[in-house]
Ligand binder design. Structure first.
Ligand SMILES: [Zn+2]
Length: 396
C-alpha cells in the first residue's frame, strides 16, 4: 500500500497546480489537465484511451476535452468511474491557509482547489486502475474524466452520453459526493427549481404611503402565501431522502430602495425548491403562476415569475440493483454500515439514470467542495480503492 500512497501523492502533486476552471467561471478550461491525464492513463497501461472534445471557442485550445479509457478492453462487463476534471475558482484567496493551486500535504490530508471536488474522484479511479493491473478482475474498469460538470455538463457527461459512449448494461460509479464515513450510497436525487418573483407596486414617499403601493409589503405577503401553499400541497415523504420531504425555501432578496424614507415600488425575491422525484417541476411552476395571477388581481400589483434554473430529476437507481448490492456488500466487509439514500443536490448521475444506466454516487469525504482550504484525506482514497477492488473482484 506504500506504493499506492506514493502514487496517489504523485498524482495530486502533478494535478492540483493545473488550473482547470471552466470558461463560464473565467478559467482556461480543462485541456491542460486532460493532456496530463491522457498521458498518465497510457503510462499506466490502459488498453484503450480516447478523447472526445466538445467545441468551445472560449476555452484554451477551443475545446472542452473528455477522456474515455478502458483498462483491459477485452469484452468484460464494464464498471465505469466517472469523475469531472473541471473545478470551481478558489474564491476569496485570503480565506485560504494554503495556496489553492499549489499542492500541500499536512497530517494525511492534501489541500488545494479540486483536491476533493473532483480530484478525489480522479485520484480514486487511477488508484483502482493501478491496483487492478495486478489482478484478473471479473469486471473491466472504464474511466471517464469529463469536463464542464460545474456549469451544466453540456460539454461533459451530456456530450459523451449523446455520442453513445456508455451502454445500458454498464454500471456507473460517480465519486463526486459522499459522507465522512463512506456509508452513504446515493441512488436518487431531488429535482431542483430556482425561481424569482418580481412584484411591482407604486413607489412613493415614506410619509405618504396612501399615494403608492408598497411592493415590499405585498412581496412579503406573497412569499408567505407561496411558502404555505407549496408546503401544504407537496408534503409527501420519501424515506430515501434526508430530509424526507420536498423543500421550499425563500432565499435571496434583491435590494429595493437604498433609503429608509421611500416606499419601494419594486420588490424581488427567490425560492430554492428541491422536489421529491415523484413530483413534476412543471406542476410547481404552474401552481406558482396561478398564485401570482390571483394575487395580482386581488392586491392591485403586477407579479411575474422567472424560472432561474431547473434540473428535472430522473428515476432513482433501484436500491435492489446488482450494482448497489455489490457496493453495499463491499462496504459491509470494510466494517461500514451502508445507508442507501438520496440527496437534495444534482450530480451528473441524473443524465445516466435518464437512460436507465444504473448509477451510484459514492465516496468517503468530509464535504469540503467549493470551500476555502478544500482538502481530501489520503486514507479515504486508499480505503475507497480497497472497497472498489472488492467490487470489481467479487463473484456472485
Ligand atoms: Zn463535483
Amino acid at each position: 500500500m506504500d506504493e499506492l500512497i506514493a502514487f496517489l501523492k504523485r498524482v495530486y502533486s502533478e494535478m492540483i497546480p493545473i488550473n482547470s476552471v471552466g470558461p463560464d467561471n473565467g478559467g482556461p478550461g480543462e485541456l491542460e489537465k486532460a493532456l496530463y491525464l491522457e498521458s498518465l492513463l497510457r503510462q499506466l497501461g490502459f488498453k484503450s484511451v480516447k478523447r472526445y472534445d466538445s467545441s468551445d471557442p472560449r476555452a484554451k485550445g477551443g475545446v472542452r476535452p473528455n477522456l474515455v479509457a478502458k483498462l483491459f478492453d477485452d469484452g468484460r462487463p464494464v464498471i465505469w468511474i466517472v469523475a469531472h476534471i473541471d473545478t470551481v475558482p478558489p474564491g476569496d484567496e485570503s480565506l485560504w491557509h494554503y495556496k489553492p493551486f499549489e499542492v500541500t500535504f499536512v497530517d494525511g490530508r492534501v489541500y488545494g482547489r479540486g483536491a476533493e471536488d473532483d480530484g478525489q474522484g480522479v485520484a480514486l479511479a487511477l488508484c483502482v486502475a493501478k491496483a487492478l493491473l495486478d489482478e484478473e478482475p471479473k469486471f473491466d474498469l472504464g474511466v471517464a474524466f469529463v469536463s464542464d460538470e460545474e456549469t451544466g455538463s453540456k460539454h461533459g457527461a451530456q456530450h459523451l452520453l449523446k455520442l453513445g459512449v456508455f451502454n445500458a448494461s454498464d454500471w456507473v460509479l460517480i465519486p463526486d459526493a459522499g459522507s465522512a464515513d463512506g456509508s452513504l450510497v446515493e441512488v436518487a436525487e431531488k429535482s431542483v427549481l430556482w425561481f424569482k418573483v418580481k412584484v411591482e407596486g407604486k413607489q412613493t414617499h415614506g410619509s405618504t404611503p396612501h399615494k403608492g403601493v408598497n411592493a415590499n409589503r405585498k412581496a412579503m405577503k406573497l412569499a408567505l402565501l407561496i411558502d404555505q401553499f407549496l408546503h401544504e400541497k407537496y408534503k409527501e415523504e420519501d424515506a430515501l431522502f434526508e430530509p424526507p420531504v420536498s423543500t421550499f425555501e425563500p432565499t435571496k432578496r434583491e435590494p429595493n430602495v437604498p433609503n429608509i424614507n421611500t416606499v419601494p415600488g419594486v420588490d424581488q425575491f427567490y425560492f430554492d425548491c428541491r422536489l421529491l422525484p415523484r413530483h413534476a417541476v412543471d406542476e410547481v411552476v404552474l401552481d406558482v403562476t396561478r398564485l401570482l395571477d390571483e394575487f395580482s388581481k386581488k392586491e392591485g400589483v403586477r407579479c411575474t415569475l422567472e424560472v432561474v434554473s431547473r434540473e428535472d430529476t430522473s428515476k432513482p437507481t433501484d436500491p435492489e440493483s446488482p450494482l448497489v448490492k455489490r457496493l453495499t456488500r463491499a462496504l459491509e466487509k470494510r466494517g461500514v454500515k451502508p445507508r442507501i439514500g438520496g440527496i437534495g443536490g444534482g450530480t451528473v448521475a441524473k443524465y445516466f439514470r435518464n437512460l436507465n444506466i444504473p448509477c451510484v454516487v459514492w465516496m468517503t469525504c468530509d464535504d469540503t467542495a467549493h470551500a476555502p482550504d478544500e482538502y481530501a484525506k489520503l486514507d479515504n482514497v486508499i480505503s475507497d480503492t480497497r472497497t472498489l477492488l472488492e467490487l470489481f473482484r467479487a463473484s456472485d
